[in-house]
Design a protein around this ligand. Sequence first.
Ligand SMILES: Nc1ncnc2c1ncn2[C@@H]1O[C@H](COP(=O)(O)OP(=O)(O)OP(=O)(O)O)[C@@H](O)[C@H]1O
Ligand SMILES: [Mg+2]
Length: 484
Amino acid sequence: MNWILLTIFMSLVIYYSEQKWIRNDKSEAIKADSDEVVIPKIITDNNRIQGSNNIKILLSNEQSTLFNILENTNRSMFITGKAGTGKSVLLKFFKEHSRKNIVSVAPTGVAALNIGGQTIHSLFKIYPGVIDLRSLKLGSEKELIKHIDTLLIDEISMVRADLIDAIDLKLKKAKKNKLPFGGVQVVMFGDLFQLPPILSDNAIKKYFEETYGGYFFFNANVWEKTSLEVYELSRIFRQKDDKFIAILNAIRTGYIGSELIEELNKRAFQNIPKTNLITLAATNNSVNRINATKLSELKDKVYEYKADIEGAIKPNEFIAEQTIRLKVGSQIMLLKNDQEKRWVNGTIGVISSLKPNEIKVKLNNVEHKIPKATWTKIKYTYDSDSNRVSEEAVGSLTQYPIRLAWAITIHKSQGQTFDSCLVDLSSGIFAHGQTYVALSRCRTLKGLYLKSPLKDSEIKVASEVVKFMKFTKTLPVNIDNTLV
Ligand SMILES: Nc1ncnc2c1ncn2[C@@H]1O[C@H](COP(=O)(O)OP(=O)(O)OP(=O)(O)O)[C@@H](O)[C@H]1O
Ligand SMILES: [Mg+2]
């Protein structure tokens, strides 16, 4: 009997704490009883890895106009724009100042960190891998998601069609409403010319082609029931220099003249600074090599941590390495979201203490002991006769979720802004938009260093994206762009 009472009590505590979380106090920005939406113009950008925090930002007219549309209607939409047009800034502003119950999510841990949100998978309690919509059930997330008015999704270019349909289904079930997304306003932010969704093998690609007609978010079935309203932000904030902007815009769509390429390639012949420079590289192998060199430059004793491996796993199949080598003072990145929400996949910190069975890391001046984590390898098979994908666990790796981070992959850099960075594509690019994402992270051409001159083969644009953007009516935000 006692335990029944305890369970009821705990459920109520969890329910009300979630309510509080989702309704976070917005009274400072907007008076609850006013009819008119007042837009506070100053917001802060405190998510930069490098450079100063708490930079004051003035919302542009374009951003303010979209804020008003989002706040005063229940329309779902896709807000796009080139890299650095302030999509994520608008998302964060809306979340902080809206009167609605808003939840913000992103496909990867780093992108979620960038907007102070959760990953889509963790919020909707969806396992990684191809989603079988027929077996999708609501679990403990129900209480939270049935109270959402608006769902904000950043970095939508990386979201696969099945995930959009899974969100649609879970919201319909939780809200007991047959309208698309259960009547929830879904606002997607991103640039399709940046990184696409990750597909682990060709069987999955084939499955998406046959089932959805493609794997991008716009291939989801839900769009057959509702139209996709698209707005485009035009003003680029991250970069100020017209020449650099012209170079980036040309790389984005894959048409770049020799004059601009020559201008960019001058950055491959500069003296590379020794400190305060983050390297963005295409592959994990390349990132590992750079980090090993940096590690060797630290004087402290080196500690080695070996992973426990079960089953059929090849080296480099996991983001965590088989053997991690660390020294006190190493710049590191955490690779898994923390259960207690103290860090997420992508948080950067510095090693503060090492023992044979213990690793401590300083994050924002607070020291944390890092527990080990387990990754499971899954194998998919697709049977086109039954149109089903099935999965099987074939191995696992247990290791500290830590990796050196003087260099990071371009995938981990998506959404970030750096004052200065070195782009190293020497291991070759493998995804559409990868070079554009890397180059467009940097604020200035002067702060950008190239490991080697850019080659034609390093500029890749997805033909599906070109086609989609060409045939989709994109609405400009119809006002002048001067700051207010
Ligand atoms: N209204 C604004 N005024 C001044 N700076 C701004 C404004 N909006 C955004 N910025 C700055 O521009 C940079 C890029 O913004 P943000 O990261 O939101 O762009 P994005 O469109 O999300 O880029 P990406 O496509 O790379 O994710 C940030 O440093 C941000 O602080
Ligand atoms: Mg962004």
